[in-house]
Design a protein around this ligand. Sequence first.
Ligand SMILES: NC(=O)c1ccc[n+]([C@@H]2O[C@H](COP(=O)([O-])OP(=O)(O)OC[C@H]3O[C@@H](n4cnc5c(N)ncnc54)[C@H](OP(=O)(O)O)[C@@H]3O)[C@@H](O)[C@H]2O)c1
Length: 208
Amino acid sequence: MKIGILGSGNVGGTLGERWAALGHHVCFASREPQKLADLLKRAGPNARAAGNEEAVPWADVVVVALPWSAVKTVLESLNLNGKIVLDCVNPLLPDLSGLALGTTTSAGEQVAQWASGAKVVKIFNTTGSNNMADPNYNGRPATMFYCGDDAHAKETARSLASDLGFDPVDAGPLSNARFLEPLAGLWVWLAHAGGMGRNIAFSLMKRT
Ligand SMILES: NC(=O)c1ccc[n+]([C@@H]2O[C@H](COP(=O)([O-])OP(=O)(O)OC[C@H]3O[C@@H](n4cnc5c(N)ncnc54)[C@H](OP(=O)(O)O)[C@@H]3O)[C@@H](O)[C@H]2O)c1
């Protein structure tokens, strides 16, 4: 799959590095692609770096791993019509004490509005980038919740999460990003203010 990554930092860099190692083709988009030399070296021959305007038309799937403050401007500057967009963004307040919006909308729904015509799936927001590097906990995969309104886009998201070793869980329509974003806030609180550290992940149990 051809995956373009908007925001090649902790999240975008980690996801892209792993997908490239697994055989996907990755284009890390950056405002300064030349500064991604170390990331490209780690990601290997399936990865390259470019500006947003080059990465997006090339990609089948576009990952949004930008700071909340940058998302509207970046998405509205691009043509994402028809693209599968994986939204990893959490609309965190700068001091991580809460979310900048919620309950009656979500960053996921805002992303769908700004990325006009895109098929948006909310995913990879409810755990730390360290778990994207390694979602295995003593032989058990961490859960990865995802939600969206397009069945094909959701299947693509599920498959890409499964490739990384997550246990993907379909969490319904995109409006359920209203639940997934506060869950991310809980992970951030537990990991940082709560003192548990970043080696924690959610796991959904199911009685059979
Ligand atoms: N960190 C985590 O563990 C984690 C986990 C789940 C979800 N998230 C969410 O994922 C998103 C990305 O988080 P992150 O930790 O990967 O962030 P990050 O390391 O700061 O990376 C974000 C990247 O966005 C790019 N960018 C483009 N426009 C920008 C602007 N105006 N200001 C700042 N950066 C800009 C920067 O790349 P260039 O400078 O190369 O353009 C930067 O490397 C956030 O919404 C966050 O809430 C984070």
